[in-house]
Write a protein that binds this ligand. Structure first.
Ligand SMILES: Cc1cn([C@H]2C[C@H](O)[C@@H](COP(=O)(O)OP(=O)(O)OP(=O)(O)O)O2)c(=O)[nH]c1=O
Length: 197
Protein backbone atom coordinates (compact mmCIF):
# COMPACT_ATOMS: atom_id res chain seq x y z
CA UNK A 1 0.00 0.00 0.00
CA UNK A 2 1.12 3.55 -0.78
CA UNK A 3 0.18 6.50 1.43
CA UNK A 4 0.27 9.83 -0.42
CA UNK A 5 1.05 12.56 2.12
CA UNK A 6 -0.55 15.38 0.17
CA UNK A 7 -3.61 17.58 -0.06
CA UNK A 8 -2.89 18.33 -3.72
CA UNK A 9 -5.55 17.06 -6.17
CA UNK A 10 -2.85 17.14 -8.91
CA UNK A 11 -0.61 14.70 -7.04
CA UNK A 12 -3.61 12.41 -6.46
CA UNK A 13 -4.42 12.40 -10.19
CA UNK A 14 -0.80 11.77 -11.15
CA UNK A 15 -0.38 8.90 -8.70
CA UNK A 16 -3.60 7.36 -10.07
CA UNK A 17 -1.82 7.04 -13.44
CA UNK A 18 0.51 4.40 -11.93
CA UNK A 19 -2.46 2.09 -11.33
CA UNK A 20 -1.33 1.19 -7.81
CA UNK A 21 -3.63 1.17 -4.78
CA UNK A 22 -3.06 4.17 -2.53
CA UNK A 23 -4.58 6.15 0.27
CA UNK A 24 -4.30 9.90 0.80
CA UNK A 25 -3.47 11.36 4.20
CA UNK A 26 -3.36 15.13 4.01
CA UNK A 27 -0.14 16.51 5.42
CA UNK A 28 -0.26 19.67 7.51
CA UNK A 29 3.52 19.95 7.70
CA UNK A 30 5.07 23.36 8.27
CA UNK A 31 6.09 24.55 4.78
CA UNK A 32 8.34 27.40 5.92
CA UNK A 33 11.91 27.02 4.70
CA UNK A 34 15.09 28.16 6.35
CA UNK A 35 16.70 30.80 4.14
CA UNK A 36 20.01 30.10 2.48
CA UNK A 37 19.19 26.58 1.32
CA UNK A 38 19.81 25.64 -2.33
CA UNK A 39 16.60 24.85 -4.31
CA UNK A 40 17.26 21.10 -4.32
CA UNK A 41 17.70 21.14 -0.53
CA UNK A 42 14.47 23.12 -0.08
CA UNK A 43 12.29 20.64 -2.02
CA UNK A 44 14.03 17.60 -0.53
CA UNK A 45 13.63 18.80 3.05
CA UNK A 46 10.00 19.86 2.56
CA UNK A 47 9.13 16.56 0.82
CA UNK A 48 10.60 14.68 3.79
CA UNK A 49 8.83 16.93 6.29
CA UNK A 50 5.49 16.23 4.55
CA UNK A 51 6.09 12.46 4.57
CA UNK A 52 7.16 12.50 8.23
CA UNK A 53 4.10 14.54 9.21
CA UNK A 54 1.77 11.63 8.43
CA UNK A 55 3.86 9.01 10.31
CA UNK A 56 1.59 9.19 13.40
CA UNK A 57 -1.52 8.52 11.25
CA UNK A 58 0.07 5.70 9.26
CA UNK A 59 -0.04 3.20 12.14
CA UNK A 60 1.73 -0.14 12.13
CA UNK A 61 0.92 -1.36 8.63
CA UNK A 62 3.34 -2.13 5.82
CA UNK A 63 3.19 0.92 3.60
CA UNK A 64 5.33 3.40 1.70
CA UNK A 65 4.60 7.04 2.55
CA UNK A 66 5.22 9.46 -0.34
CA UNK A 67 5.70 13.20 0.29
CA UNK A 68 6.49 15.77 -2.37
CA UNK A 69 7.22 19.48 -2.80
CA UNK A 70 7.48 21.72 -5.87
CA UNK A 71 9.08 25.14 -6.30
CA UNK A 72 9.84 27.38 -9.29
CA UNK A 73 13.30 28.92 -9.50
CA UNK A 74 14.42 31.85 -11.65
CA UNK A 75 18.06 32.74 -11.10
CA UNK A 76 18.40 33.13 -7.34
CA UNK A 77 14.67 33.72 -6.76
CA UNK A 78 12.57 30.90 -5.34
CA UNK A 79 8.85 31.11 -6.15
CA UNK A 80 6.39 29.06 -4.13
CA UNK A 81 2.62 29.43 -4.15
CA UNK A 82 1.47 33.07 -4.48
CA UNK A 83 0.18 34.87 -1.37
CA UNK A 84 -2.34 36.91 -3.39
CA UNK A 85 -3.10 38.27 -6.89
CA UNK A 86 -0.38 40.90 -6.71
CA UNK A 87 2.12 38.20 -5.83
CA UNK A 88 0.91 36.18 -8.87
CA UNK A 89 1.31 39.27 -11.06
CA UNK A 90 4.89 39.79 -9.82
CA UNK A 91 5.74 36.12 -10.40
CA UNK A 92 4.30 36.00 -13.94
CA UNK A 93 6.00 39.27 -14.90
CA UNK A 94 9.26 37.73 -13.77
CA UNK A 95 8.71 34.42 -15.58
CA UNK A 96 7.30 35.68 -18.92
CA UNK A 97 9.74 35.55 -21.84
CA UNK A 98 12.34 33.62 -19.83
CA UNK A 99 13.46 30.10 -18.96
CA UNK A 100 13.10 28.93 -15.35
CA UNK A 101 13.58 25.68 -13.47
CA UNK A 102 10.95 23.65 -11.65
CA UNK A 103 12.27 21.54 -8.77
CA UNK A 104 10.23 18.74 -7.22
CA UNK A 105 11.47 16.74 -4.25
CA UNK A 106 10.09 13.28 -3.45
CA UNK A 107 10.51 11.49 -0.11
CA UNK A 108 9.57 7.84 0.46
CA UNK A 109 9.43 6.26 3.91
CA UNK A 110 8.93 2.46 4.07
CA UNK A 111 7.01 1.22 7.08
CA UNK A 112 7.33 -0.39 9.48
CA UNK A 113 11.15 -0.36 9.25
CA UNK A 114 11.49 3.36 8.42
CA UNK A 115 13.82 3.11 5.41
CA UNK A 116 13.91 6.62 3.94
CA UNK A 117 14.87 7.70 0.40
CA UNK A 118 14.77 11.32 -0.82
CA UNK A 119 15.35 12.42 -4.43
CA UNK A 120 14.53 15.36 -6.69
CA UNK A 121 14.18 16.25 -10.36
CA UNK A 122 14.63 19.53 -12.23
CA UNK A 123 12.72 20.55 -15.40
CA UNK A 124 13.48 23.67 -17.45
CA UNK A 125 10.43 25.58 -18.67
CA UNK A 126 10.51 28.41 -21.22
CA UNK A 127 7.55 30.78 -21.03
CA UNK A 128 6.53 33.01 -23.91
CA UNK A 129 6.41 36.80 -23.53
CA UNK A 130 3.12 38.08 -22.09
CA UNK A 131 1.58 41.56 -21.93
CA UNK A 132 0.28 42.95 -18.62
CA UNK A 133 -3.25 42.51 -19.95
CA UNK A 134 -2.63 38.83 -20.68
CA UNK A 135 -1.15 38.34 -17.21
CA UNK A 136 -4.22 40.00 -15.63
CA UNK A 137 -6.57 37.87 -17.76
CA UNK A 138 -4.74 34.70 -16.73
CA UNK A 139 -4.88 35.63 -13.04
CA UNK A 140 -8.62 36.34 -13.40
CA UNK A 141 -9.17 32.68 -14.37
CA UNK A 142 -8.18 31.73 -10.80
CA UNK A 143 -5.78 29.07 -12.05
CA UNK A 144 -2.55 30.58 -10.63
CA UNK A 145 -3.84 30.78 -7.04
CA UNK A 146 -2.53 27.54 -5.55
CA UNK A 147 0.32 26.76 -7.97
CA UNK A 148 4.05 27.26 -7.44
CA UNK A 149 5.17 30.07 -9.75
CA UNK A 150 1.51 31.06 -10.34
CA UNK A 151 0.87 28.89 -13.40
CA UNK A 152 -0.42 25.42 -14.22
CA UNK A 153 1.22 23.75 -17.20
CA UNK A 154 -1.59 21.17 -17.15
CA UNK A 155 -4.27 23.86 -17.54
CA UNK A 156 -4.61 27.18 -19.40
CA UNK A 157 -0.99 27.76 -18.45
CA UNK A 158 -0.14 25.32 -21.26
CA UNK A 159 -0.72 28.21 -23.67
CA UNK A 160 2.05 30.20 -21.94
CA UNK A 161 4.71 27.50 -22.19
CA UNK A 162 6.91 27.45 -25.30
CA UNK A 163 9.08 24.49 -24.42
CA UNK A 164 10.18 22.26 -21.59
CA UNK A 165 13.26 20.15 -21.05
CA UNK A 166 12.91 17.26 -18.62
CA UNK A 167 10.00 15.47 -16.97
CA UNK A 168 6.57 17.06 -17.61
CA UNK A 169 5.05 15.39 -14.54
CA UNK A 170 7.78 16.98 -12.42
CA UNK A 171 6.31 20.39 -13.32
CA UNK A 172 2.79 19.30 -12.32
CA UNK A 173 4.10 18.14 -8.94
CA UNK A 174 5.06 14.45 -9.03
CA UNK A 175 7.85 13.11 -11.31
CA UNK A 176 6.37 9.73 -12.20
CA UNK A 177 9.46 8.07 -13.71
CA UNK A 178 11.48 9.00 -10.61
CA UNK A 179 8.69 7.84 -8.30
CA UNK A 180 8.47 4.53 -10.19
CA UNK A 181 12.20 3.98 -9.69
CA UNK A 182 11.98 4.90 -6.01
CA UNK A 183 9.01 2.59 -5.40
CA UNK A 184 10.82 -0.33 -7.04
CA UNK A 185 13.52 0.15 -4.38
CA UNK A 186 10.75 -0.58 -1.85
CA UNK A 187 9.62 -3.74 -3.66
CA UNK A 188 6.69 -2.06 -5.44
CA UNK A 189 6.90 -2.66 -9.17
CA UNK A 190 4.65 -0.47 -11.32
CA UNK A 191 4.74 -2.70 -14.40
CA UNK A 192 5.12 -6.12 -12.78
CA UNK A 193 3.20 -7.96 -10.12
CA UNK A 194 5.76 -7.80 -7.34
CA UNK A 195 4.17 -6.07 -4.34
CA UNK A 196 5.79 -6.36 -0.94
CA UNK A 197 3.76 -3.49 0.48
C1 LIG B 1 4.53 24.85 -11.81
C2 LIG B 1 3.27 24.11 -11.45
C3 LIG B 1 2.92 23.84 -10.14
N1 LIG B 1 1.78 23.17 -9.83
C4 LIG B 1 1.39 22.88 -8.44
C5 LIG B 1 1.86 21.52 -7.92
C6 LIG B 1 1.72 21.68 -6.43
O1 LIG B 1 0.40 21.26 -6.05
C7 LIG B 1 1.85 23.19 -6.21
C8 LIG B 1 3.10 23.51 -5.45
O2 LIG B 1 2.81 23.48 -4.09
P1 LIG B 1 3.35 22.38 -3.07
O3 LIG B 1 3.61 23.10 -1.78
O4 LIG B 1 4.47 21.58 -3.67
O5 LIG B 1 2.12 21.37 -2.89
P2 LIG B 1 0.64 21.61 -2.32
O6 LIG B 1 0.68 22.54 -1.14
O7 LIG B 1 -0.24 21.97 -3.48
O8 LIG B 1 0.22 20.15 -1.86
P3 LIG B 1 0.81 19.23 -0.66
O9 LIG B 1 1.89 20.02 0.04
O10 LIG B 1 -0.35 18.94 0.23
O11 LIG B 1 1.33 17.99 -1.35
O12 LIG B 1 1.92 23.80 -7.51
C9 LIG B 1 0.91 22.75 -10.83
O13 LIG B 1 -0.13 22.16 -10.56
N2 LIG B 1 1.25 23.00 -12.14
C10 LIG B 1 2.38 23.66 -12.51
O14 LIG B 1 2.62 23.85 -13.72
Amino acid sequence: MIILASGSPRRRELLTLLGLPFEVISSDADESTPSGLAPAEIVRSLALRKAEAVLPSAGERAAVIVGSDTIVVLGNQVLGKPADKQDSRDMLQLLQGRTHQVYTGVACIGLPEGKTVVEHRVTSVTMRAMSMDEISAYIATGEPADKAGSYAIQGLGATLVERIEGCYFNVVGLPLSLLGEMLSGFGISVLGRQRSY
